[in-house]
Design a protein around this ligand. Structure first.
Ligand SMILES: NC(=O)c1ccc[n+]([C@@H]2O[C@H](COP(=O)([O-])OP(=O)(O)OC[C@H]3O[C@@H](n4cnc5c(N)ncnc54)[C@H](OP(=O)(O)O)[C@@H]3O)[C@@H](O)[C@H]2O)c1
Length: 318
């Protein structure tokens, strides 16, 4: 916000944003799309708690397990994860939430109603052959592993859904998309949506959009962490204490993201609203344009999408 923003302009902006929020049902919208969808889905889908198996008990599996418990979709004792014996961090994390862990995948495979493949993509060729008799709902979060490769590994008719979550799922602010395999119907899609809406927002997309989504939302937190670090560095250079600088930079990103999401206003309009004539914000905007901020971000998403496609085509050949 520029120092020169006049009080009247500021009040007008506040009124416009409030009108937008009112138009979109304020009480629901303030909870965010994820919360809104969680409530809608919870009322539509069978509320039976799910028994869930995780092949790979790493960071994402832990985040998801905690989210499912928080949302009342499962319980610690209704989840089982396979971990490598030396991965004591993951074993401890699952035991802390009351879940059991095992050192081989076999007991997990037919354990529950849903099986989640949460190993690194390079481990998938080792794990997939173990699923040759699996017929229940299979969700895979492995980056760059296409549905076709997974469906080839399981019996014909097995419902498979490919899911791409992101790391803010750990704090319940994830952005997830999913795409259904040939044999996954509405019931299976609803289960996936219910599970992943418990850790943020969740949308269905066609499989050809999973790579750009990965480049935007799964890799995106890294770009934003870099921006937060750099913004804080700038403020430290200008004399701010580092902890205050990180706190303000993180809160600014959170606040700006919430404004875009909850007001449904165009980001360009929101940008114009804080850039008053001759002010410091427009001066900074000019600096960012001269140094190619937009072009760098567009290029980053393009480069990451191309890399995802390379990884996917490699997995397809396996
Ligand atoms: N993190 C993200 O932001 C993100 C976003 C979207 C999708 N994903 C996808 O989510 C999946 C998991 O990612 P992550 O970040 O949770 O990785 P991670 O923390 O490394 O988790 C993978 C876990 O699988 C374990 N593992 C390795 N080989 C195994 C085997 N043969 N059987 C069972 N478990 C095995 C690993 O143990 P060791 O550590 O001992 O090897 C590790 O605990 C990946 O496919 C990734 O592409 C991640």
């Amino acid at each position: 916000m520029t120092v020169g923003l006049k009080t009247m302009e500021f009040l007008r902006l506040g009124r416009r944003i409030r009108r937008r929020l009112n138009a979109r049902n304020v009480s629901d919208q303030l909870l965010g799309d994820g919360e809104e969808k969680r409530k809608r889905i919870a009322s539509n889908v069978d509320t039976k708690m799910l028994k869930i198996g995780f092949i790979g008990g790493g960071k994402m599996a832990q985040a998801l397990a905690k989210g499912f418990i928080r949302a009342g979709l499962s319980k610690g004792e209704m989840m089982l994860a396979s971990c490598l014996p030396n991965d004591t961090g993951s074993i401890d994390a699952f035991q802390e939430i009351g879940s059991s862990t095992v050192f081989s995948n076999e007991p997990v495979i037919n354990y529950g109603d849903v099986l989640i493949l949460s190993v690194k993509p390079q481990v998938m060729p080792k794990v997939l052959p173990e699923l040759k008799n699996y017929t229940k709902l299979l969700l895979s979060i492995a980056m760059g592993v296409p549905l076709a490769s997974i469906e080839k590994a399981v019996p014909a008719g097995t419902p498979v859904i490919r899911v791409m979550p992101n790391v803010p799922a750990i704090v319940g602010c994830g952005a997830t998309v999913y795409t259904r395999g040939k044999h996954a119907g509405d019931k299976e899609a609803e289960i996936a949506e219910k599970l992943f809406s418990s850790v943020g927002v969740c949308e269905e997309v066609p499989e050809n959009l999973i790579d750009p989504v990965t480049a935007l939302a799964a890799s995106g937190p890294a770009y934003v962490y870099m921006m937060i670090e750099a913004l804080a560095d700038g403020a430290v250079k200008m004399g701010l204490m580092r902890p205050t600088a990180y706190k303000l930079a993180a809160q600014t990103v959170l606040g700006a993201g919430t404004m875009v999401r909850d007001t449904n206003m165009h980001p360009g309009q929101l940008k114009d609203d804080v850039a008053s004539p001759g002010g410091c914000t427009i001066t900074a905007i000019h600096y960012l344009e001269r140094h190619g901020l937009r072009s760098a971000l567009i290029g980053a998403v393009e480069a990451a999408t191309k890399r995802c496609k390379e990884v996917s085509s490699h997995s397809d050949k396996n």
